[in-house]
Write a protein that binds this ligand. Sequence first.
Ligand SMILES: Cc1cc2nc3c(=O)[nH]c(=O)nc-3n(C[C@H](O)[C@H](O)[C@H](O)COP(=O)(O)OP(=O)(O)OC[C@H]3O[C@@H](n4cnc5c(N)ncnc54)[C@H](O)[C@@H]3O)c2cc1C
Length: 442
Amino acid sequence: MTKYTPFWWEDQPQYKNNDDLPLDADVVVIGAGYTGLSAALTLSRSGRSVVVLDAEDVGFGASTRNGGMLGSGHKVSTVQAQRQYGSEVAHKIHTEANSSIEFTTNLIRDESIDCDFQQCGRLRTAWTPQDHISMTNNMNELKSIENFDSRMVGSEDMHKSITTGLYFGGQLYGHHGSVQPRKLHYGILQLAINAGAQVFGGFRANRVERLSNNLSQGFKVHVPEKFIKCRHVLMATNGYTRPDLSKYLSRRVIPVPSYIATTEDIGTDMVDSLLPGGHCIVETRQRYCYYRATPCGKRIMLGTRAAMHQITPKQALPKIIDMLNGIFPSLGGVGISHCWTGLTGFSFSKLPSIGCSGGVYYALGYCGNGVAMAPYMGHKVALKLMQPDKEQSVFERTTLSTKFYYHGSPWFLPFASAIFRGHDIVDNYRRKNAQKKDQSQL
Ligand SMILES: Cc1cc2nc3c(=O)[nH]c(=O)nc-3n(C[C@H](O)[C@H](O)[C@H](O)COP(=O)(O)OP(=O)(O)OC[C@H]3O[C@@H](n4cnc5c(N)ncnc54)[C@H](O)[C@@H]3O)c2cc1C
């Protein structure tokens, strides 16, 4: 029987704070995922009194539901970033993306966070021959800015990493890794609490009210039947940002669901035979598909945008199974132990952002790449809040814009699903042509 809850939640300790909610604090952080907890850690270690609120159980959001792939990816190529922001910012986006991996990897290592971290590398697989060419160009461009541990893999060498004939080569990122995401979340939670932060689940922030027009007077954060007075508010709600709390942010972050399933225990021999390189795999296919072995090495986890809009995990499951069997036909008939969903937060610029609107700080918009980036951005936004005059990150310069047609309810995502299906059809046509060409050359 498939369970419709995250595999990562199995046999994990449940956090509960039995203290009374304080009446005041230096900072109230809204959202207890990686961003909020990492910010709370930095602020508490700097001597601020911090209260973190989550509307649901602590760890309800994407931070315990994700694929656990720790890397630096974002959805904008260097050329696109240069076109939009100029070379200086584009270069910094690349260097800070690498810094985010270093930051989170060091946090795990230095603080001995038990989260099954492995520096296993990530293979980005080319769905079409054109994808291989653009990846090569982008990699060369990026290496000329700052060298990093990455190399192209030709189709002929793909069998060392993965047992499928589906791809036209790939790009290997040696410094990327994997974690058990729920354990990483719990580790950062414990660090924040040990540093003095008070973290409460089940307290939805309903409203943020300014105490006066003078922002230095601070805010009241309203939760049901109570409020907390504070000097600063920090929003860390990413894909779970709703218009009732922040019209400004909910018009700028689009909640896009992702769907994941894990196979039943198929044994380490089977998993090793399918993924001999032990890497995390991320495709260039428009539908977006990512997979890896679970830390025990006995299951395969596969995630995809089964739909761009929200459907139930039960509805998503047949599409995930189709995708899994398309990649590994030998898994046909294998049972699925867990299937679940969660919300990523997309910005229109496809880049994350740090900022302050109406005196309220925020860090969000990770576009599905937050395992390394969200703890890093939480740290950076905490520094920004303490030293507002200093630029702490290039992601203060990325635009968090809205569109006239978006008011916080992503009515257009079903159309986006159709557009992506269209892209898939075009890509499949390109693949067939390339395959025909290969055969005619034999
Ligand atoms: C299925 C899935 C797979 C993913 N896979 C990967 C991956 O493999 N690699 C990768 O790098 N990234 C991945 N991501 C993205 C990554 O998980 C996120 O970018 C990251 O966890 C965001 O962290 P966060 O703390 O900003 O937000 P979240 O962890 O989503 O936390 C936001 C929290 O805010 C709370 N909240 C919202 N409104 C309120 C309110 N009014 N009051 C109080 N609390 C509120 C919510 O309850 C929620 O718990 C994935 C995401 C999903 C959903």
